[in-house]
Design a protein around this ligand. Structure first.
Ligand SMILES: NC(=O)C1=CN([C@@H]2O[C@H](COP(=O)(O)OP(=O)(O)OC[C@H]3O[C@@H](n4cnc5c(N)ncnc54)[C@H](OP(=O)(O)O)[C@@H]3O)[C@@H](O)[C@H]2O)C=CC1
Ligand SMILES: O=C1O[C@H](COP(=O)(O)O)[C@@H](O)[C@H](O)[C@H]1O
Length: 488
């Protein structure tokens, strides 16, 4: 624990909701277990139900028993964690109720860190209420969950509203992909290894692929998801954040603004996609019924709560050009979808082929090297290289093989922390480098809005794909047109 760390009151708005129960409270338990919470830090749950402290402690304990997976609960850790828990009943739409927070929280004693695990529609009321209760002045912090808006205009409204009460250096916008160990490892891989740093541009790299495939469908979230679709739900935030980390220039320092300035430059350099090139650059799909993990699953339009004729996309593939010196002529292909054959997130850096092939008599084409960064599951880094097969034959026999660094194998005793553990820790420590700055969010929306508008203007329905497949055939053509194929 850095000595500068100060005790905080983490105020969990929406403490009874899905995110808090499934992710935030289990993550805080893990921080307790790892000894990473400052001794005097407290967790103040806020919900509209009437409950006393003991009832809230019992509720959280029950919740941990359900959602702390892969390991038995440690009773001593639970007991220590319980001591940090407090509860305040607040109807978030009643301004009067926020004053109750003052009875429990003393901003002089601990830094108030307010986590908005609620529908975004409540953000204005919460900000106003915090201000009235004297919990918005620096050094107070506020942690905002996605989605920050539905488009550029609405994200600006939310950001402007929050900015009335909090300065940018108090605002922590979550993109949970930035908390994933393997996404963070992109920084290590790129900037701690000269072998990659000196080969990270259009001279050496042919193209880049980013795949974020999910087995799950909409999981009972139809009404939220149908309004969003995969473009807003995954591309605007997670995939573009991963892309910026791959494409950005080396930041001068490992601090929030150095990194965020570089990410922003990438977002500004994304070539716009609009009606003139949307056909060539994008594919949108929607899953039909099929089979995933051996079981049959319904199509998107037959999911619980569905509405007939929805044209919301559950799959997106994009060919992205970055108009800057480093990436001139190097396309970034992105794809993400629900109901894919497996959960798999990875980045594939495909290097250029050899300029001259001395093995041409036996091998007309030598496969190019690939660097595969497996983000999840089976986290690791793999380099595909050509090797000589040992033997005395007349011709050299070559084989493509892998240098494979599996995190599981290499860091055997190390548990891979959930993204929310890292992000909660950094928010409590006051480090913003893993959180998204306002201008990043708005530039990402500006670019994504161009595609959404173009799709709307062409009014084409998404292409159907069978659940359990890798998306519509058009996604294969997107690369085949360039004489390339997805890394399978
Ligand atoms: N769930 C997830 O995995 C993820 C969620 N998010 C985002 O996090 C936020 C929360 O999501 P999620 O937890 O799933 O949503 P839920 O609907 O499960 O939880 C929202 C919580 O807000 C509370 N709430 C709503 N209105 C009031 C009110 N007037 N007064 C007091 N409390 C109120 C609800 O209380 P009550 O129980 O009393 O209704 C509920 O506990 C959303 O913005 C979502 O988009 C982002 C990424 C992942
Ligand atoms: O933000 C979201 O992310 C999840 C995928 O997260 P992962 O950590 O499991 O890769 C996605 O399922 C959900 O639709 C989206 O809102």
């Amino acid at each position: 624990m850095p000595s500068a760390a100060k005790a905080c009151d983490l105020i969990l708005f929406g403490t009874k909701g899905d995110l808090a129960r499934r992710k935030l409270l289990p993550a805080l338990y893990q921080l307790e277990k790892a000894g990473l919470l400052q001794a005097d830090t407290r967790i103040v749950g806020v919900a509209r139900d009437q409950m006393d402290r003991a009832e809230y402690q019992a509720l959280v304990k029950k919740n941990l028993a359900t959602f702390v997976k892969k390991e038995p609960l440690d009773d001593d850790v639970v007991a220590a964690f319980e001591q940090r828990l407090h509860y305040v009943q607040v109807d978030l739409s009643s301004q009067q109720d926020y004053l109750k927070l003052k009875d429990v929280i003393d901003a002089e004693q601990r830094i108030p860190v307010s986590y908005f695990a609620t529908p975004p529609a409540l953000f204005p009321a919460i900000c106003k209420g915090l201000h009235a209760a004297g919990l918005a002045e620096e050094p107070a912090r506020v942690v905002l969950e996605k989605p920050i808006g539905h488009d550029l205009e609405s994200s600006r409204e939310i950001n402007a509203l929050v900015a009335q009460y909090f300065n940018e250096n108090q605002i922590y916008r979550i993109d949970h992909y930035l908390g994933k160990e393997t996404v963070l490892n992109l920084l290590a891989l790129r900037f701690a290894n000269a072998i990659f740093a000196s080969n990270w541009d259009h001279n050496s790299i042919d193209h880049v692929q980013i795949t974020v495939a999910e087995e799950v469908g909409v999981e009972g979230r139809w009404s939220y998801y149908d309004d969003a679709g995969q473009m807003r739900d995954m591309v605007q935030n997670h995939l573009l954040q991963v892309l910026t980390l791959i494409a950005m220039e080396p930041p001068a320092r490992l601090d929030a603004d150095s990194i965020r300035d570089e990410k922003l430059k990438v977002l500004k350099a994304l070539r716009p996609i609009n009606v003139s090139n949307v056909h060539e650059k994008t594919v949108r799909g929607q899953y039909a019924g099929g089979f995933v993990s051996g079981g049959s699953v319904p199509g998107y339009l037959d999911e619980e709560g569905s509405r007939a004729n929805s044209s919301t996309e559950t799959f997106v593939a994009l060919k992205i050009d970055i108009d800057n010196w480093r990436w001139a002529g190097v396309p970034f292909y992105l794809r993400t979808g629900k109901r894919m054959p497996e959960k798999r997130s990875e980045v594939v850096i495909c290097f250029k082929p050899q300029p001259h092939n001395i093995f041409h008599e036996t091998y007309k084409h030598l496969p190019a090297n690939k660097l595969i960064i497996r983000l999840q599951p089976d986290e690791g880094v793999e380099v595909q290289v050509m090797n000589k097969i040992p033997g005395l034959g007349e011709h050299m026999q070559l084989k493509q093989s892998k240098l494979d660094l599996s995190f599981d194998e290499t860091f055997k005793s190390k548990r891979i922390a959930d993204a929310y553990e890292r992000l909660l820790l950094e928010a409590l420590l006051g480090n913003q480098y893993l959180f998204v700055r306002r201008d990043e969010v708005e530039h990402a929306w500006r670019w994504v809005d161009g595609i959404l508008d173009a799709w709307k203007a062409t009014s084409e329905s998404p292409k159907s794909y069978q659940a359990g497949s890798w998306g519509p055939v058009a996604a294969i053509s997107l690369l085949a047109r360039d004489d390339r194929n997805w890394d399978e």
